[in-house]
Design a binder for this molecule. Structure first.
Ligand code: GLU
Length: 545
């Protein structure tokens, strides 16, 4: 292409390649250090998969002494939404995936390899695009959207693989004078990559998540600069990941089919491609069938779902880590209290069989364990933070009753494997704590319908008579046994089992009667401890109520 054409295509002054490369010197990092990034698009929706990919990137980068950064991929201006960048930054921070470089909440940047927002890098992409044109590796295409649609139809009809390739790449063969004429006429154009690939040939690609892939070379002349002069994802990521020194790319496997093209683009630019770890899309079971978690149909595809329902951040991170590296579960069992960052993430442990199933049963079970490992004070703080955002009325209840709530949360906590596991997520807590407060306590006499009313009354009033909040637990329990025995409920389980029909029931029935009267529930943490937290006045009121 003549200098005149190139001048017409790129009329604005652009930095030289040497200038750009001087601004992005190779990173000085220890041997083996990996540089990884997340590169979300600010569409106003933060997909759970973004955090999933981010966990891999953050852990591998940081455990190798490398760098983890965030890049905002906003070249699709039509999809851009106000506040979307904030959502991205807050999402990663919330899960403690703190980038070393990238965009800050106030719009400023940290790091020497920026700008980290693609729309601010237009000149850089243009400079490399111009270089490819000069080298004969890219050309302007004047096909309109209608032309491309027509091409698709023709290919469909004649059973030809769709796309801008081979003889169908019409503008590839334009002469210089035709190009000049089109440019002079002000015809809109996009820039296409002149592919040298052969679809009949296969290339081997080692994917760190999927293993060895054998794929046809790319022969599509894909668009690298759009009509607005901004790059497509393919072109932008190649330039950015090269200049920013990315060594390993963690991204979704929707990019697998484009990987031959990406490797080709790096080569055309004279660079070594990074290694790719392309992660299976998170899936869910729907009527026995696996399908992709969908933004449109599944609320849990959005990270904010987990905020609203109050899933502890660590629970989600542990769960996603477990999907990434299935040996995490054994590691956690062996190291119950170790910080998660001690776990060594490994590309080799990523399962490459099928999709990654997102399973609430497993998440909830991990979450229960995570909450069980927390202290009452930590739980209180986390629940309060959640409530301030999603349940302000409950937040007030918490702050007005901090001592009581903390004491209630402290029951059966901190005792290892036996710690209570009744909280999955913060959303469960209001109902869990409701019986501690007079205005939300609900008596449920129907839960005692299987007992004689007279027995219930007799037991409850006898207990109210002897109840002393200063009793130690064994004394308290002896009182329960004695009262039960008085009314025909056997105090000794062995004796009861030997001849159950001789009794109305046993001591566990007596405890149940008291539990239902005091908490309105059949099940609760330790009743003695609950009564201590409630205090004499409340207990007596409920016994007499
Ligand atoms: N912006 C791309 C996306 O949102 C990122 C892919 C990548 O991580 O390279 O899908």
């Amino acid at each position: 292409m003549t200098p005149e054409i190139i001048e017409k295509m790129f009329p604005n002054p652009l930095p030289s390649i040497a200038e750009i490369e001087a601004k992005y010197p190779p990173r000085q990092l220890p041997e083996g250090a990996k540089v990884m990034r997340v590169a979300p698009s600010p569409t106003g929706f933060m997909h759970l998969g973004g955090i999933y990919q981010g966990i891999l990137a953050d852990r591998i980068a940081h455990q190798s002494g490398g760098v983890f950064f965030v890049r905002i991929e906003d070249t699709d201006q039509k999809r851009k939404v106000d506040g979307a960048i904030d959502l991205i930054i807050k999402s990663f921070e919330r899960y403690n995936l703190v980038p070393d470089e990238g965009v800050n909440l106030d719009g400023s940047e940290k790091g020497n390899y920026g700008p980290y927002t693609q729309s601010l890098r237009k000149d850089i992409y243009q400079a490399y695009a111009k270089k490819l044109v000069e080298e004969g590796k890219a050309y302007p295409c004047f096909c309109t959207a209608e032309d491309v649609e027509l091409l698709r139809k023709v290919q469909e009809k004649t059973n030809v693989r769709p796309g801008y390739h081979g003889q169908y790449a019409k503008c590839r063969n334009l002469t210089d004078s035709q190009i000049l004429e089109n440019l002079n006429a002000g015809k809109p154009w996009v820039l296409r990559f002149k592919s040298t690939g052969d679809y009949e040939k296969k290339m081997a690609i080692k994917d760190l998540a999927k293993g060895m892939l054998l794929m046809p070379e790319n022969d599509l002349d894909i668009v690298i600069l759009k009509g607005d002069g901004l790059p497509t994802y393919h072109f932008a990521h190649a330039i950015d990941d090269h200049l920013m020194g990315t060594t390993h790319v963690s991204r979704g496997d929707e990019w697998v089919s484009s990987t031959p093209l990406h490797i080709q683009l790096f080569a055309a630019l004279g660079w070594k491609a990074p290694k790719y770890a392309q992660l299976a899309t998170l899936q869910k079971l729907d009527n026995g069938h696996k399908r992709k978690l969908s933004k449109r149909h599944d609320p849990e595809a959005s990270i904010t779902y987990f905020w609203e329902h109050g899933y502890p951040e660590l629970a989600l991170v542990e769960y996603l880590t477990n999907i990434l590296n299935a040996n995490f579960e054994d590691w956690r069992k062996a190291n119950p209290m170790a910080p998660i960052t001690d776990f060594q993430m490994n590309f080799n442990k990523i399962s490459n069989t099928g999709g990654a199933l997102f399973d609430f049963v497993k998440l909830n079970s991990i979450s229960k364990d995570v909450v069980a490992r927390m202290t009452a004070e930590e739980v209180y703080k986390a629940v309060l933070k959640w409530a301030q955002e999603y349940r302000p009325d409950f937040a007030k209840r918490l702050t007005d009753n901090q001592a009581l709530v903390t004491a209630a949360l402290n029951i059966e906590r901190g005792i290892g494997k036996q710690s209570r596991k009744d909280i999955v997520k913060w959303e469960d807590v209001p109902a869990d704590l409701a019986f501690y407060f007079e205005d939300s306590f609900e008596a449920h006499p129907e839960l005692l319908a299987s007992y004689e009313r007279a027995d219930v009354q007799a037991i409850v009033s006898a207990f109210a008579q002897v109840y002393d909040p200063n009793d130690a637990k064994d004394i308290w329990f002896n009182k329960i046994k004695e009262i039960g025995a008085q009314y025909g409920f056997c105090a000794d389980m062995k004796a009861y089992k030997a001849n159950p029909s001789a009794f109305k029931g046993n001591v566990s029935d007596v405890a149940k009667i008291l539990r239902v009267k005091i908490t309105g529930r059949e099940q609760s943490p330790d009743l003695y401890a609950i009564m201590q937290v409630l205090g004499k006045e409340s207990v007596l009121k409920r016994l007499k109520g």
